[in-house]
Design a protein around this ligand. Structure first.
Ligand SMILES: NC(=O)C1=CN([C@@H]2O[C@H](COP(=O)(O)OP(=O)(O)OC[C@H]3O[C@@H](n4cnc5c(N)ncnc54)[C@H](OP(=O)(O)O)[C@@H]3O)[C@@H](O)[C@H]2O)C=CC1
Ligand SMILES: CC[C@](O)(C(C)=O)C(=O)O
Ligand SMILES: [Mg+2]
Ligand SMILES: [Mg+2]
Length: 342
């Protein structure tokens, strides 16, 4: 079994005399900045002028340019979109780094794929929450937390691992569990998870189920409740009690169907496809294509995104959710508030 670290294994005091710059105030940025501040840390936020800058000020942070934040801080946490990190690092963060500072990431992409190459005289480590930033914030306020991975790439000061654990505690992650990893393992497993299971696998599974029912003549609203809405309720049971916990609550009929039909849908071909996806991640093929897509202003990303927004499951879902105020209650979903996306 891997070692799992909890609050008692982390010394937050190590960060108390440090200034921490949070660069970016999106999904992860707002959560880290607010959680660290409420854990008693000295936080500044580095941004460009715009929507996030205004939000961070509204939330009571000291906001400045990325260059100023990097110059002032001992610990610089880079929470910009992965594709923006290399240019912002080169032009605004690197010039501000001093010997013994720490450069920190929530995902290893740019270090692992050599898009950011830090100087040798700084610590480089990872504190990667295993969950969306809005949940990093919400769970912290509820007295809980989202688990995280830590990893050390460069240990110039000799304290990088201890700083990583302290940081993980201060954002609430050590309430849930912190695992030690490498930049390589975090990057490859995170990309694999989001592509094959959590995001790509799931959205494709949901759409395939929805389309199968609608094409067979069933009402789209029934298909939406069956294949998307109820998914959260089922996943909540798995989150709380694993597969067994979920199966305890469903009918024996559903459990029999789970055993018999699940492997017919997610069969050996799916695993073969997953292995191919993993291979492209490990070889750097996926990373290269994503970097090139950004260099030409994302034509394919934007085209697919526009098409996906107009899928029947989305138009039907928007209408049904209008009637469920308890589902609509999340401000970020309406594009307002801290960490909101456009
Ligand atoms: N989303 C998540 O939950 C998770 C993300 N991660 C990792 O965390 C990191 C951050 O991801 P995420 O939180 O999704 O990022 P977001 O897309 O939410 O971050 C957007 C933020 O970055 C700012 N920004 C973008 N470009 C620039 C720039 N050129 N100069 C200054 N600020 C800029 C935006 O400001 P503005 O308003 O001015 O555009 C905004 O505040 C990534 O490495 C990601 O892989 C890891 C685990 C989960
Ligand atoms: C699952 C997507 C994720 O890896 C995450 C929220 O952990 C991301 O990059 O946003
Ligand atoms: Mg992730
Ligand atoms: Mg990710």
């Amino acid at each position: 079994m891997a070692n799992v670290y909890y609050n008692g294994d982390c010394n937050e005091e190590l960060l108390k005399n440090k200034k921490i710059a949070i660069i970016g105030y999106g999904s992860q940025g707002h959560a880290h900045a607010l959680n660290l501040k409420e854990s008693g840390m000295n936080v500044v936020v580095g941004l460009r002028k715009g929507k996030s800058w205004n939000q961070a000020e509204t939330d009571g942070h000291q906001v400045m340019t990325v260059r100023e934040a990097a110059e002032q801080a001992d610990i610089v946490m880079v929470l910009l979109p992965d594709e923006h990190q290399p240019a912002v690092y080169k032009n605004q963060i690197e010039p501000g780094l001093r010997e013994g500072n720490a450069l920190v990431f929530a995902h290893g992409f740019n270090i692992h794929f050599n898009q950011v190459v830090p100087p040798e005289n700084v610590d480089v480590f990872l504190v990667a929450p295993k969950g969306p930033g809005h949940l990093v914030r919400r769970t912290y306020t509820e007295g809980a937390g989202v688990p995280a991975l830590i990893g050390v790439q460069q240990n110039y000061t000799g304290y990088a691992r201890e700083y990583a654990l302290a940081y993980a505690k201060a954002i609430g992650a050590a309430r849930a569990g912190v695992l030690e990893t490498s930049f390589q393992e975090e990057t490859e497993t995170d990309l694999f998870g989001e592509q094959s299971v959590l995001c790509g696998g799931l959205t494709s599974l949901v759409k395939a189920g929805f389309e199968t029912l609608v094409e067979a003549g069933y009402q789209p609203e029934v298909a939406y409740f069956e294949c998307l809405h109820e998914l959260k309720l089922i996943v909540d049971l798995m989150y709380e009690g694993g597969l067994e916990g979920m199966r305890y609550s469903i009918s024996d009929t559903a459990q029999w169907g789970d055993f018999k039909s699940g492997p017919r849908v997610i069969d050996e071909h799916v695993k073969e496809n997953m292995k191919a996806v993993l291979k492209d991640i490990q070889s750097g093929k996926f990373a290269k294509e994503w970097i090139l897509e950004n260099q030409v202003n994302r034509p394919e990303f934007n085209a697919i995104n526009a098409k996906e927004k107009n899928h029947l499951i989305e138009t039907v879902g928007r209408e049904l959710r209008e009637m469920m105020p308890f589902v609509k209650g999340n401000k970020q979903k309406q594009g307002v508030g801290a960490g909101a996306k456009d």
